[in-house]
Design a protein around this ligand. Structure first.
Ligand code: ADP
Length: 628
């Protein structure tokens, strides 16, 4: 039994191919985690790094509380089951299962006990004296499972174990592996490209694409709330339908207009988390609707299409169609022009019928046409609020507040501008008051819908805030973007300061022993790195590390100003930025510009800053990769 932690794991192969990028997950003891994605997305590479069969380029891998990056596979207390069963052909089933234990010099009576127990669980007791070639594919795969089982590992890793089996056997083995997981009460990590396997077996699923994690979630959350179009299309069969549409808010409804001019409406309340800028009737967005969430009508409301094929499966009917009255040239993949509908209790639909698709408004999905990210995030990433200025005050959200000097400078003499406010920038305070229309629990957070005219301002609130309350709040001005006529004039301040520098080592002798010290160098300032960080950088980049440039990211809160006689980085102050609630100085040091926190009354033109090595994250500049 074990929990695992993968923290910012990267794999760059010797040929420079970046197969896994910034993979992080905490896996609880006894979870059944499935890595799923198309071939080549980095699933096996990740699994093999966990097994120790592949080196980890950067990042930390913990099994239990132990950092195992450099631990031999045999010491990791894991067992791996491969797609090719990798059984020894000249050995009997018993011998195959006993082989690993004999290598470990386990007493024969204990081996026998373990093999018999595993054989019983897998229902292969009667085959123990057979050779693998005398068994079916399914039986061989059980032996491969048995060989892992007898080792009683902390973690089971399974790499496409069922892909050599036929569909019926695969379905049966799925259930068996799930039951095995239940009875063993051990952590399972399972790799597959088959989304049905992933959905039916995993307690949580990691969806991957081109080396990047797309979403980590429970099967039902992936199905109901896909983070992007890729996940939406990958999970579920037949695949989700996608169409280019525009959206227009019209009072209580939002009209969805398809390219061919057909329209459907969705109540605004169902899609109120979509940012208003997408509801202008002009911006193209991607509309997604699953085949099972469409009903068919004969009359003229909905998305009109011609039926091209009907599959009657008994319990359900799959209807395929093409949009418009005319059938164009047939192509295999005709996204946006073809539609698939799954209906039950309908046997009246025939090929060449002209029918109307009516989406279930509770099940609609919308994605940004370019980034393909959902427009219906559980927590909307930002709110846009109109503001006007007069008499040194800005008016927004039914209140007037002093305009922060930085915002005034950015908007110049524009009388009207937009504030783009992430929910995290709305904090308890006394500047604004809005009524809490609704509170929704999102994971461990509470999302408040604050009534703002005919739409909502989304904020994260504490336990004490209730529906119907007036919520009194202020804004963290430094976390807000400001734009005038759609063009950004002020960007939010990041949490981290990034400064590039070099890396060096120095050797000393302590009590006769050689001791290595490592340093981050920024301009004339050096910070001694923790030895393990230094070794990590050295092990990733080799001796080139002493010539490379690194990006050092320091949490701004952890940067402190120090006296001139203390070690630090000398900065020239270029500008003071008064945000009202907080002040920064824009400084120049080591040829770079960045912001540091300063006291509101700070007026000096020089500052010396320092930070601790534990507050520094190191990134490679050659390839975008977090090293430590
Ligand atoms: P998956 O298991 O999702 O099919 P893999 O983890 O096997 O994908 O591979 C991820 C990517 O890394 C692929 O593009 C593959 O070609 C590449 N790759 C795998 N092994 C190596 C290797 N030894 N050297 C270079 N590239 C590799």
């Amino acid at each position: 039994m074990a929990n695992l932690k993968l923290s910012h794991i990267y794999k760059v192969y010797d040929n420079g191919h970046k197969a896994v990028n910034d993979f992080s997950i905490d896996i609880a003891d006894r979870e059944f985690i499935v890595f799923v994605g198309p071939s080549g997305c980095g699933k096996s590479t990740t699994l093999r790094m966990i097994a120790g069969l592949e080196t980890i380029t950067a990042g930390d891998l913990f099994i239990g509380d132990t950092l195992v990056n450099d631990m031999e596979p045999k010491d990791r207390d894991i067992a791996m089951v491969f797609q090719s069963y990798a059984l020894y052909p000249h050995m009997t089933v018993y011998e195959n299962m006993a082989f690993g234990l004999r290598n470990r010099k386990m007493p024969e009576n204990e081996i026998k006990e373990r093999v018999l127990k595993a054989a019983k669980m897998l229902d292969i007791e009667d085959y123990l004296e057979r050779k693998p070639k005398e068994m079916s594919g399914g039986q061989r795969q059980r032996v491969a499972l048995g060989r892992a089982l007898v080792r009683d590992p902390k973690v089971f890793l399974l790499d496409e174990p069922l892909s050599n089996l036929d569909a019926k056997l695969r379905a049966a083995m799925r259930t068996e592996i799930t039951s095995l997981h239940k009875s063993l009460q051990t952590t399972f990590i399972y790799v597959t490209h088959d989304q049905v396997e992933a959905m039916t077996m995993g307690t949580r699923i990691v969806v991957m694409k081109l080396g990047y994690v797309q979403q980590i979630d429970t099967p039902m959350n992936l199905y109901n709330e896909p983070y992007n179009k890729f996940v939406a299309g990958f999970i579920g069969t037949p695949q989700m339908n996608f169409f280019d549409v525009t959206l227009k808010r019209e009072g209580e409804n939002v009209t969805v207009t398809f390219v061919n001019g057909d329209r459907v409406t969705v109540p605004y309340e169902k899609v109120c988390k979509i940012h208003p800028r997408y509801l202008d009737g002009r911006t193209t967005v991607t509309f997604g609707i699953r085949p099972e969430h469409i009903s068919l009508a004969r009359d003229g409301s909905g998305l009109k299409f011609v039926v091209t094929n009907v599959e009657r499966l008994g319990n359900e009917t799959i209807v395929y169609g093409k949009l418009g009255d005319q059938l164009g040239e047939f192509t295999m993949k005709d996204e946006g022009n073809s539609i698939i509908v799954k209906v039950v209790d309908r046997d009246d639909i025939e090929v060449d019928d002209v029918v109307y698709a009516v989406p279930n408004p509770n099940k609609v999905h919308f994605f940004d046409a370019e980034t393909e990210v959902t427009l219906m995030s559980k927590i909307p990433p930002y709110n846009t609020v109109e503001a006007t200025v007069s008499g040194g005050e800005m008016h927004l959200l039914n209140s007037r507040v002093a305009i922060p000097p930085v915002i005034q400078a950015a908007v110049k003499d524009a009388g009207r501008f937009e504030l783009i406010i992430p929910p995290q920038a709305i904090v308890p305070g006394n500047d604004f008051r809005l009524k809490v229309a609704r509170i929704e629990a999102v994971d461990d957070k509470r999302l408040a819908y604050l009534a703002n005219g005919d739409s909502y301002l989304f904020a994260l609130v504490g336990e004490n805030v209730r529906e119907g309350d007036e919520y009194a709040f202020s804004l963290l001005n430094e976390k807000i973007n400001v734009s005038v006529d759609g063009a950004e004039v002020l960007a939010a301040v990041d949490d981290d300061v990034s400064i590039t520098g070099s890396f060096s080592k120095k050797e000393t002798r302590e009590n006769g022993a050689r001791v290595l010290h490592f340093f981050y160098n920024i301009g004339g300032y050096t910070v001694e790195a923790a030895p393990e960080q230094g070794y990590k950088i050295n092990s990733i980049d080799g001796d080139a590390c002493y010539k490379n440039t690194y990006r050092y990211a320091v949490n701004r809160q952890c940067i402190r100003q120090v006296r001139d006689d203390e070690p630090g980085l000398d900065c020239t102050v270029l500008e003071l930025l008064d945000y009202g609630n907080v002040a920064f100085a824009r400084v120049e040091a080591a040829g770079q510009e960045f912001l540091i926190h300063v006291a509101p009354d700070f007026r000096a033109d020089q500052a010396r800053i320092a930070f601790n090595s534990e507050d520094i994250s190191v990134y490679s500049t050659a390839i975008d990769m977090k090293i430590c």
